[in-house]
Every structure is written in C-alpha cells, then in structure tokens.
Design a protein around this ligand. Structure first.
Ligand code: FES
Length: 661
C-alpha cells in the first residue's frame, strides 16, 4: 500500500501513512491535537476535520477533497442523530487516507484549544484539564474468565485509551455495576490525571464541568466552566456566612480561640455555602451536578484552613504557622459538595501565613513571573496581599489595612451596594460636590437624579475618590487635615468639635467626610503603601513598571484616585489596571489547564516572603506614607495626568530657600 503524506494545520504536524489510515489515527500518532471521546466509533463528533484544498508548494502537494474516502454510513448515522455537520466537515475517525492531503483541525476539535480571556493584555488559557472523558465498551462477563467488572473496565481503558492501571475510589465503585448494566456495558469514564476514575456514566457523555471557587472573607464566588470547551457557563456569589462569627479575619480566629468547637461551626457554614453555590451555578447552567468532576478553590489562609477543616488558631498570631502550604486534593463529597461520585476539590498552594491561595490565584492570573516588567499586584482587602517582582524574583507580604476601604469605620461608610456613592467630584472653585451612586447612571447634578436615586451612604471606592478630590480641591492638606479656614468660603465645611467635616449631602441620611474618616483612610493607605515600599526595598527597585489592583474593592477603584491618595506608588497611569477577581481567574486557569498547577506550585515555592511585623523599616515607611500622596516619594507620572496641589512642606522650604534660610 502506498504511503500518503498528511499535513495537519494549524499545528503543522506532518507524516507519511499507508493508504486507508484514518485521520484520527494519523493525528494521534503525530500528536496533532485532534479530540475524541468515543475512541473512533463515530458517535461523539469531537474529531471533526476539514480538507484544505489547493496547491501547497511548501509541502509539495496538491490537496483535494478526494484524497480521503467518501462520506460513509457512520457519518450519516451521526448526522441523522446528532444533526448535520457544518459544510465541508468530516469525522476524522471515519475518513481514511487515499491521497496526499492537508487537513485543517478546527478550534472546536482541538484538545488543547486556546480559551481567550477577557482582558486584552492577559494570556489565553490553553485548555488541558486534569480530567478527560473516555467512552469504552466493556467486555461481557464470562463464566470461564471470572474477572471483576472493574477489571474489565480497566482493561477496556487500557486497550482503547492506553490508560494503564486505572483506579477508582469506593464512591465510584459503589455505582459501577449499576452504571455498567444501565449502559449495557457501554460507559463513559472521567479519568483524572490519566489514572483515577472520578465519574462513570452509562452510554456516551461528551461534556463534563468544573467549578472555580474564590472563598473571600466577605463574599464567596463560583464560576462553572465546561471542561470540554473552557467556556464559563454560569457565575454566582454569596456573602460569606461566617460574617456572623466576626466581620474580619482576626475576629473569626478569635471566635475559634474563645469558643470550643467554634472553628468547626465556621467550617460547617462555609462548606454549606460553597455546596449551595455549586448547586446554584449548576442549576443556572441547567446541567446535572453529577457531571461536575473538579473544583478548584482559592482563599486566604484562614478561609482556606476553615474550609478544609484545619485549625486556624495558629494563624491568629506570630509566627502565623500554616498547617499545610502545598496544593491539596480533597474529596468533594467530604466537603459536602454534590458532584460526580469521585469529584475532587483542588486547593491552590498558600504563599505564607498571611498570603494565601487567593494570592497564588492572583499570581497565576497575572503571571508577573513570566516577564521582565517589575509588576506590583495588590489584593486590597482588610488584609492586603502584596506581590512584587518579575521573572527573576518575586516577593510577597501582607499588610493590615483594616476594614476602612470596605466602608467600615467610616461615619457614612457602607458596603458597595445600590445607593452607595461610588464616584465623587469636587469643583475646585466652588468646592461643591457631585456624585454618582451604585445603581444609577446619573450624576447628582443631572436632572432626574433625586427622583431616580436613593442615596444611602458611601462605599470604599467612593471614599477613596472623596478624600482624593478633597485633597485636589485644596480642602484637605497633604497632612490629611480638613482646612477649617475654608469654612468661610463654603458652607460644606463645618466645624464638629475641634475638627472640621466636609458635608457631601444634607438630609436623611446626611453624608459627610469627617476628620476621623480621613485619618482612618490615611492609616489604611499608609499600611498598604508601607508594605509595598518594603517589598521595593527588598527587591530592590525604586519604581514599578505595572500595577494590578485585584479583589472586589480593587476592581471598583479608579486607579488615578488610588494614586492621588498614595495607596500605590507612582507608575504611568496607562500601566495601572484593575483586574477584578484575579484570585478567581487564577482558580479558573488551574481548573482548565493542568500544567498551570505545577507552574504556580513552583512559583509559590520560589517567592521570598517578607514579614512586615518584623521589619524595622515598616514603621518608618508607614509614617512617611501618612501624607497625601506621600511625604517624600515623588509622583512624576501622576503629576503629568493630574494637577497636584503644591506640597505645603515643599512650598515652605522653597520660601526658606529663597529667603536664604
Ligand atoms: Fe468520536 Fe470520531 S472520534 S466521532
């Protein structure tokens, strides 16, 4: 039989095969990335290909549709049952070589297709999940060869798919015989890591699902993805029910310390919440939860420990010892999640006692380790997680920013919810404010605002803008003091005790920024900036090339105002970005791409952890960072974008210099 040349695009893989070879076989032998669930039986439709016709001088061939065998009965049966193939498409397992040919493998038929992410400057994810599907026809039981049902299933997986030594846990074995009978010995197995059977269904199953979960101390979010396409099908979020045991992380650890069994209570409620979210996204996507085979969860160290049922008490004080820091696989059933019988919850590794698997997710999503740019990643929460560096070196620390950025401890503060002021501008001449609230597109000075909107308070991003605008308008000095002298110019500035308050809105509720509010924001932002400076000292660098703000707060914040206030160091504004839920994105990457798990594990091991509490320079940086934007650090890039008030200190020293003092 003559050999035929076949070239697969887009991989460019090429080789010679005898006449009559199926394109699926040729593609498999060449590693040309052609999918298959049914093993070439013509029932899954995952092996679809197209003949690229025309002259291909590069390969020295003319490729014609006639170079493969004509449409056959199996293809017709597939088309009759599952719907017609797109014009020009063929089933690669049914088409045999009859001539030299160039074959195009469309994206949907590629095993390792690229999943494009939303942000243009992020890398696409290569689909390569830890769990794969394999349809097999298991041999009939035979009186003369009394091997077990599992043995015959494992044999079929080995013979048809090359899966050596398949294993299954009791939960899978418990349903094995029923499933085999229901499928008349034709079943689809979901195989994890090429070895562990985690799901088994009668007949052909060609879709399985995974879920990325981000367990935050305030909210828990879940995203359901189709593991065969990489597509996100449903997302849902819920407040973390542990809030009733304590608003912030440390109060939850205290609850565990003071109440015997308190940690178990918190473990139970978070497991329930995650299980309910999993059920919710499955219902929203209209899929059977039984097809959920893998869950990747991230969270800060305390959330991570509580979810897995590990004691969080050591994380309440120095030296913040983790029980375990590596990635773990836990049975989903043990965590109360309803999924495939052998579904697994994979948790990403933790960086340090204060820098968790959520930071690992953020690092995976933003990949600072892949480039030369000095990248600063900040997850702004009650305990900010900070990562700095590039492919040569990564450093991480956490900084206790407190809850001010979430609107707590602020007189008119509230969580980000409809009715909260999220944008605010102050006219530098009249000192009058205008603002926008969550849930309305109108600014407060636009007609119809009052009728359409109920203002309830001010959220974290609104406070950042308010304080930054107060500074830009000259109402607040670089030291963070509301200038009482301006009370003569504006009725918005009113004395309250020994300090002054800026009133955004009179009435019910009255919304104002007090001197104490500004102090709270200064303390929070100084803690954050000091942590960042500490990492910059350790690297050492005196500037960063790009900044990514992550987390719920980070995604709402206007990066320009974050810089005006001095939350983050100077950087070209075009290189500062809000990444939304980067930890959740990292979990999604780990869900869809197996190699990324080893990648992040290695990166996390290499990260240099800095303990802010032990650093003598932290206090020094903290004091300097209390000023707005900063006492000594300059912000040349920011100054190009915004007219910053002349620094009082700088102005007076300039006057002294002129006087010759
Ligand atoms: Fe399943 Fe071709 S491999 S239809």
């Amino acid at each position: 039989m003559p050999d035929r040349l076949v070239v697969f695009t887009p991989s460019g893989k090429r080789g010679q095969f005898p006449d009559g070879t199926t394109l699926l076989d040729a593609a498999r032998k060449l590693g040309a990335d052609l999918d298959s669930v049914c093993g070439g039986r013509g029932i899954c439709g995952r092996c679809q290909i197209e003949v690229a016709t025309g002259q291909f001088p590069k390969h020295g061939i003319e490729s014609r549709a006639e170079a493969i065998t004509p449409w056959n009965r199996v293809e017709q049966r597939y088309a009759d049952i599952r719907g017609a193939l797109k014009s020009g498409r063929r089933l690669g397992c049914q088409a045999h070589l009859e001539g030299n040919v160039v074959i195009d493998i469309p994206a949907e038929s590629q095993v390792h297709r690229q999943v494009v992410r939303k942000a243009a400057d992020t890398r696409p994810i290569t689909l390569d999940p830890v769990v794969t599907l394999h349809y097999v026809e298991v041999a009939e039981p035979d009186m003369h060869d009394p091997s077990s049902d599992f043995r015959r299933l494992a044999d079929a997986l080995r013979n048809e798919w090359g899966i050596a030594d398949a294993r299954a846990e009791n939960a899978v074995l418990a349903t094995l015989q029923k499933t085999l009978r229901a499928g008349q010995l034709k079943v689809t197995a979901a195989v994890r890591h090429g070895r562990d059977i985690v799901g088994l269904w009668p007949g052909l199953v060609d879709r399985i699902f995974g879920i990325a979960v981000d367990i935050g101390s305030t909210t828990v979010a879940a995203h359901l993805a189709d593991l065969t396409t990489g597509e996100t099908l449903a997302s849902a979020g819920v407040m973390n029910p542990q809030i009733r045991f304590g608003e912030d992380l440390m109060s939850r650890v205290s609850y565990a310390m003071l109440n015997p069994g308190g940690d178990r209570e918190m473990t139970a409620v978070i497991r329930e919440a995650v299980a309910a979210l999993v059920a919710e996204v499955a219902a929203e996507a209209k899929i059977d939860p039984d097809r959920i085979v893998e869950i990747v969860a991230v969270g800060n160290p305390i959330m991570h420990h509580l979810y897995l049922g590990l004691d969080p008490v050591e994380l309440g004080g120095a030296p913040f010892a983790l029980t375990v820091d590596q990635a773990l696989d836990t049975s989903a059933r043990d965590l109360g999640v309803v999924g495939a019988s052998g579904a697994v919850v994979h948790t990403l590794p933790l960086v340090a006692g204060h820098v968790g698997a959520d930071a690992a997710g953020m690092i995976l999503a933003e990949a600072p380790y892949a480039g030369e740019d000095i990248t600063l990643l900040v997850d702004v929460g009650t305990n900010a997680e900070i990562v700095l560096g590039n492919r040569h070196r990564l450093l991480a620390c956490s900084s206790p920013t407190g809850p001010a950025f979430e609107g707590a401890q602020i007189s008119s503060g509230q969580r980000a919810a409809p009715g909260a002021i999220e944008r605010l501008r102050i006219d530098p001449l009249t000192l009058e404010p205008r603002y926008r609230i969550i849930g309305s597109d109108l600014w407060s000075d636009e007609p119809g605002f009052d009728a359409a909107a109920v203002v309830t308070g001010i959220c974290g991003s609104g406070i950042i803008e308010a304080v930054a605008e107060l500074f830009l308008a000259g109402i607040v000095t670089a030291d963070g003091v509301i200038d009482g002298a301006l009370a003569l110019r504006s009725p918005r500035i009113v004395p309250e005790g020994r300090t002054f308050t800026y009133v955004i809105r009179e009435g019910e509720p009255r919304i104002a920024i007090t001197q104490a509010d500004i102090r709270a924001i200064q303390l929070a932002k100084a803690a954050l900036y000091a942590g960042i400076r500490l990492l910059m000292d350790h690297y050492p660098v005196d500037r960063v090339d790009r900044i990514v703000l992550a987390g719920a707060f980070g995604s709402h914040i206007d990066v320009k105002y974050a810089m005006v206030l001095g939350l983050i160091p100077d950087c070209p504004l075009a290189h500062v970005r809000s990444a939304g839920n980067a930890a959740g994105t990292g979990a999604r990457i780990a869900l869809l791409n197996l190699a990324s798990r080893a990648e992040i594990a290695e990166v996390v091991r290499s990260i240099v952890k800095i303990e802010t509490a032990l650093e003598p320079r932290f206090q020094e940086h903290f004091v300097a960072a209390m000023a707005i934007p900063h006492k000594t650090d300059s912000f040349p890039n920011l100054a190009e974008a915004v007219t910053l008030p002349v620094r009082a200190a700088t102005a007076s020293s300039e006057r002294r210099r002129r006087r010759g003092g």
